[in-house]
Design a protein around this ligand. Structure first.
Ligand SMILES: Nc1ncnc2c1ncn2[C@@H]1O[C@H](COP(=O)(O)OP(=O)(O)O)[C@@H](O)[C@H]1O
Ligand SMILES: [Mg+2]
Length: 306
């Protein structure tokens, strides 16, 4: 048979030779690769499951994960709402909204937090992916710590404002800011679960302790039901021993929380951000898209998503 430039991976999707190859925790750790079942059933009925995507470190893949996990869940027929809860509003731009359009406070999650008479349904925008909606961010979210300091029940503000739309969605994902301040506490108080993207770098492992302390604090004070849906290894580099060592270290410390799906480092993510669309539509058969689809199936399988 003639040699071709592209090959079919174990997952049955085409990838070019330039692409980072698909890896999973199980295969990297020398175990049999786990297979997650195809999703045939509709989501469980009832209110949306709310998931915060959290890590106090910036640049670890929170926003990328929120957008692409959301898009992958929508592809599976889930009704998904994304909330941009970061003052940098990179999720909003990553979904194709131009910087000029996000200058207005009105229309943003920040406005909703400050005006309890505003109607959340009017603030929901449609992305280019059917079933994937979002509420945009605003730079003034950065003022939340100071603005809410003396408010009663300030930790419950987001939970309260999401209540009217919980029945309209299956999954709601909150893209958190790189801090563990008022906004992230609000997100965790509003959530059923938390997903922690973690760059495969040694120092990132040290930071995990802080995230877990915050989760414990929220469980004690505002949300005893909060679950850890998983730690997602991101920016994985198959060819470096360092990435594998970090993965082994996380697995040793958190064997139950480390997800099998790994997101490899690939330039495709930055490209899709510039395009203002998820990688699942920008480069549908790329390793990155395949990995986020697998993450969606893994989370549904584990009960971390509907
Ligand atoms: N797996 C990946 N490989 C390569 N680049 C990535 C990957 N995930 C995200 N990026 C890029 O890294 C930068 C930071 O990612 P982002 O999702 O914005 O992180 P965070 O929200 O944690 O700050 C962005 O430019 C994004 O396109
Ligand atoms: Mg971000």
């Amino acid at each position: 048979m003639a040699k071709s430039n592209s090959k079919v991976s174990r997952l049955g999707t085409k990838s070019t030779n330039r692409e980072e190859e698909f890896s999973a925790t199980s295969s990297v750790l020398g175990k049999k690769m786990v297979e997650f079942p195809a999703i045939k059933n509709p989501p469980v009925a009832g209110p949306a499951r709310v998931i915060s995507v959290v890590n106090q470190k910036g640049g670890v893949g929170k926003t990328t994960t929120t957008i692409n996990l959301g898009a992958a869940l929508a592809e599976l027929g889930r009704r998904v709402l994304l909330i941009d809860f970061d003052s940098q509003a990179s999720m909003t731009t990553g979904l194709g909204i131009k910087p000029l359009q996000i200058k207005e406070q009105y229309g943003s999650i920040w406005y909703l937090l400050n005006d309890s008479s505003a109607n959340i349904s009017e603030f929901i925008l449609k992305s280019n992916v059917p079933g994937l909606d979002f509420i945009r961010g605003h730079k003034d979210l950065a003022a939340a710590d100071a603005a809410f300091v003396s408010e009663l029940a300030k930790e419950h503000k987001l939970r309260k404002l999401l209540e009217p739309v919980l029945d309209e969605y299956d999954d709601i994902l909150i893209d958190c800011s790189p801090s563990l301040g008022t906004l992230t506490i609000n997100a965790l108080t509003a959530s059923d679960g938390v997903l922690i993207p973690m760059e495969c770098e040694y120092f990132a492992v040290l930071g995990l302790g802080l995230v877990r302390e915050t989760i414990d604090k929220v469980r004690t004070n505002t949300n005893p039901q909060l679950q850890i849906d998983g730690i997602l290894a991101t920016m994985f580099e198959r060819k470096t021993a360092h990435s594998r060592e970090v993965l082994e270290l996380i697995y040793k410390e958190f064997p139950d929380d480390l997800l099998d799906t790994i997101i490899a480092r690939t330039v495709r993510f930055s490209e899709s951000t510039v395009k203002g669309e998820p990688i699942t539509t920008y480069a549908s058969s790329s390793t990155g898209a395949v990995s986020y689809r697998r993450l969606a199936r893994e989370l549904i399988y584990r009960g971390g998503a509907k």
